[in-house]
Design a protein around this ligand. Structure first.
Ligand SMILES: [Zn+2]
Ligand SMILES: [Zn+2]
Length: 261
C-alpha cells in the first residue's frame, strides 16, 4: 500500500460529481500515476437509492421510511453499478459505497450488498441540527460514535460536518480516533475539503494505532491523482509515513469479475 491507494472517488452517478466522470476514466488515469496506485469507486448511497429531488431534501436521515420506499429501485441501480465496475478488467479498480446513517441506525444501502462491496464508507453530510452550540456538538458526537460502530470500514471526512458548524475540540478528535481504533474502522484523510483537524487526527492515529485511509473524494477529473495535500499534512504532523497504519482495501473481493446478480 502507498499513498496512491485512493479509497474514495465518485463517478457521474453521484449527483454532485462531474458528468463524464466514469469508471473507465479512473482506469486510464491510474496508468499515468508516478507510482502504482489503486482506486475504489464509492458513489453516494443517496444518489443510488433516491432521485435527486428526494436525495437533497435529506428527509431520509430523519425518516428511514423514505429509504424503504425507494429500496427496490435503489437495489437495482446499485446492482447494475457493481456489475458495470466489476466488468472492467482492471485489478486495481474496486467498488464500494459512501453512505449516511439514518434515524433508526441503518445505513443508506441494503446490507444484502455488504459482501459485494469492497469498502463501506460512512459519512456525515447532514444532521437535523445546525448551530454552533453545545447541543449540536453533542448530537454530532453521538451520531459519529454510533456510525463508527454501524459496520462501516472507513469514517469519511470525520470532522468536516462539525467543522462547518464550529471549531472542533481536541478532546473530540481524540474520542473519535479512539473509538475508530477500537472498532477497527479507518479514519479518512480527505483532500476534497481541507480541515484543520487533520494534523491532530494524524498524530492521534499514530499514537493510538488507528488506521488511516487516503482519499481524494474526487468529484471532477482534475481532482484525481494528486496526493500532494496528503503528503504535506503527514509531513506537517511530524508522523513518519511508515508508522501510519494505512487502510488496505482488497479484503473482500479479489475477483475482477465479481458476482452475477
Ligand atoms: Zn462525503
Ligand atoms: Zn464522497
Amino acid at each position: 500500500m502507498n499513498i496512491y491507494t485512493d479509497c474514495h472517488v465518485h463517478t457521474e452517478l453521484s449527483y454532485c460529481a462531474e458528468q463524464g466522470l466514469t469508471p473507465q476514466f479512473y482506469v486510464e488515469k491510474l496508468k499515468s500515476l508516478s507510482e502504482p496506485g489503486a482506486v475504489c469507486i464509492t458513489n453516494h448511497g443517496m444518489a443510488l437509492y433516491f432521485p435527486g429531488e428526494i436525495a437533497w431534501k435529506w428527509e431520509f436521515i430523519t425518516d428511514s421510511a423514505v429509504f424503504d420506499k425507494w429500496l427496490d429501485s435503489g437495489n437495482k441501480k446499485l446492482s447494475e453499478h457493481i456489475r458495470e465496475v466489476r466488468g472492467i478488467a482492471c485489478p486495481k479498480l474496486f467498488v464500494g459505497i459512501e453512505v449516511e446513517m439514518m434515524n433508526d441506525g441503518r445505513l443508506t444501502f441494503d446490507p444484502c450488498f455488504r459482501d459485494d462491496l469492497d469498502i463501506i464508507i460512512g459519512s456525515v453530510h447532514f444532521l437535523p441540527v445546525s448551530a454552533p452550540c453545545e447541543d449540536t456538538r453533542r448530537r454530532w458526537l453521538e451520531h459519529t460514535l454510533k456510525l463508527i460502530n454501524s459496520g462501516i470500514d472507513i469514517l469519511g471526512h470525520p470532522f468536516r460536518w462539525i467543522r462547518a458548524q464550529m471549531p472542533v475540540r481536541e478532546e473530540d478528535v481524540r474520542t473519535v480516533v479512539l473509538e475508530a481504533q477500537l472498532a477497527g474502522v479507518a479514519l479518512e484523510l480527505n483532500s476534497h475539503y481541507l480541515i484543520d483537524t487533520d494534523i491532530s487526527m494524524l498524530r492521534l492515529a499514530a499514537e493510538l494505532s488507528a488506521k488511516i485511509a487516503i482519499a481524494s473524494d474526487s468529484h471532477k477529473k482534475e481532482d484525481f491523482g494528486d496526493y500532494s495535500y496528503h503528503k504535506k499534512v503527514i509531513k506537517q504532523s511530524g508522523v513518519n509515513f511508515k508508522n501510519l497504519a494505512l487502510y488496505k482495501f482488497s479484503k473482500r473481493i479479489s475477483s475482477v469479475k465479481g458476482r452475477v446478480y
